[in-house]
Design a protein around this ligand. Structure first.
Ligand code: CUA
Length: 169
């Protein structure tokens, strides 16, 4: 059987696309630095996450010389802390965010970084970021969560270390 030259070329292109697609999906699932929301931390009562052993009162906690843990609760239609009061951390620190939802599925995106995750009631989304320079980052909810979804936003401020006066908690 003879395959026309153009047909052979198109078969080649198709195979390349299929292989590329499988590689992309595989990288998205297991690539370096990409993690899925774990199911280790379970919150029994999503509306009161602070009562759970796997969560703390919302706020910023210093956990090491240049290490901070930030506990954030997302609910319709705010981040606590983040919305009425910015999350504040010093520059040059490694910050681990623990985010959960008290009601429905929300999103947590730090604009301008690769922090972008789904926040699920009963589960804790954990993300670690290093902030080298002072700056302000917007926090956005990118999962539709109700009437005021579009207005659900917050702020994370990275301040010079000498201006930092401790966590909010
Ligand atoms: Cu919360 Cu959209």
């Amino acid at each position: 059987m003879e395959i026309h030259r153009y047909e052979a070329a198109w078969i080649g292109v198709s195979l390349l696309l299929i292989v590329g697609w499988i590689a992309t999906v595989t990288y998205g699932a297991v690539g370096v630095g990409i993690t899925m929301v774990g199911d280790e931390a379970q919150i029994e009562e999503p509306s009161d996450p602070a009562a759970s052993e796997d969560f703390r009162e919302p706020g910023v906690y210093q956990t090491g010389p240049d290490e901070y843990a930030v506990y954030v609760v997302a609910r319709q239609f705010l981040f606590e802390p983040g919305t009425s009061e910015a999350i504040t951390v010093p520059a040059g620190s490694t910050v681990t965010l623990y985010v959960t939802s008290a009601d429905v599925i929300h999103g947590f995106q730090l604009v301008g970084t690769n922090v972008n995750a789904m926040v699920i009631p009963g589960q804790v989304t954990k993300m670690t970021v290093e902030f080298e320079e002072p700056g302000t980052y917007g926090i956005l909810c990118n999962e539709y969560c109700g009437a005021a979804h579009h207005a659900m936003e917050g702020r994370l401020e990275v301040v010079p270390p000498e201006e930092y006066d401790g966590g909010s908690a």
